[in-house]
Design a protein around this ligand. Structure first.
Ligand code: NAD
Length: 252
């Protein structure tokens, strides 16, 4: 906890904090991350979910729909880390949350959607890879439940995919530009539950540190940026982030 006290001291004067979340911010909600010892990559080959194979192989798409059903069946609810971000906003200190997560839990927790930058898209929507038609994921999953193993687009018959950024896809330009702008304008940057190995997302905390603003890393395991971080809080996001936010004095 002494790291939390040190981090609170560094953030005490900050009014434009960026919180950058990864899959580790949602493991307390029951959603597995990718790279932990019990993460999704222990059960699924990451190469299977690359865009090229998704387009080429109906077997890969059936696997992806099974995985989506499995994730929705968890019935994930926001946890204490998401709630802490809402309190940080209420304190008038939050410039925005840049999230790599596609689970929608920051807004479910009550954070203003205008404050959330979903870098890797959303798993709540499906998009047709041919005509671009978008539809709710829940409706597509209902079709899978009803027996369509790989439901096609209702508008054009094209291949449907979650509106998330797959391996091999570029980040949407507008979303990346917004994340860069938040990073350039922030007066502190807090990483929560990310291995910081997925690029270009992981460039953002490195840039913030390069600007000389405090960089705080809250993570269970070491990250490649621990060496440049101002403070590393090693441990559970659901404990440490609330403790950090609650230790901040009234906003200046
Ligand atoms: P990652 O799996 O690479 O790393 C997660 C990190 O969080 C690990 O370093 C782990 O030690 C740490 N961690 C796990 N649980 C924690 C906890 N309770 N408290 C503190 N630390 C914890 O995840 P990443 O860096 O976000 O990158 C992987 C990609 O996976 C992202 O692009 C994201 O889009 C995607 N993803 C999203 C979800 C989701 O939406 N919830 C889930 C899995 C993967």
């Amino acid at each position: 906890m002494s790291a939390v006290v040190a981090a609170a001291g560094l953030l005490a004067g900050a009014r434009r904090i960026v919180v950058f979340t990864g899959a580790g911010a949602s493991t307390d909600s029951g959603i597995p991350d990718f790279r932990s010892p019990d993460g999704l990559w222990t059960r699924y080959d990451p190469r299977l979910l690359g865009l090229r194979r998704y387009l080429a192989d109906p077997g890969v798409r059936r696997l992806a729909w099974r995985l989506r059903r499995e994730l929705v069946a968890i019935g994930a609810r926001p946890n204490a880390a998401h709630a802490a971000c809402v309190r940080l906003a209420a304190q008038g200190r939050l410039a925005g949350v840049i999230t790599q997560n596609v689970d929608g839990l920051h807004t479910d927790a009550g954070l203003d959607p205008a404050l959330v930058c979903e870098l890797h898209g959303t798993g709540r929507v499906v998009v047709c890879l041919r005509c671009g038609e978008r539809a709710p994921m829940a409706a597509a999953l209902a079709r899978v439940e009803a027996g369509e193993e790989d439901p096609p687009c209702r508008a054009c018959g094209g291949i449907l995919k979650a509106a998330t950024v797959s391996f091999g896809e570029r980040l949407p330009a507008g979303v990346w530009a917004r994340a860069e702008a938040l990073t350039e304008a922030c007066d502190a940057f807090v990483v929560v539950g990310s291995s910081l190995v997925v690029r270009p997302a992981a460039e953002l905390p490195a840039r913030a540190a390069g600007r000389g603003v405090p960089l705080v890393v809250v993570n269970r395991e070491p990250t490649p940026l621990d060496g440049v971080a101002s403070v590393v809080c090693r441990g559970e996001a659901g404990t440490l982030l609330p403790a950090l936010v609650d230790a901040l004095p009234p906003a200046p």
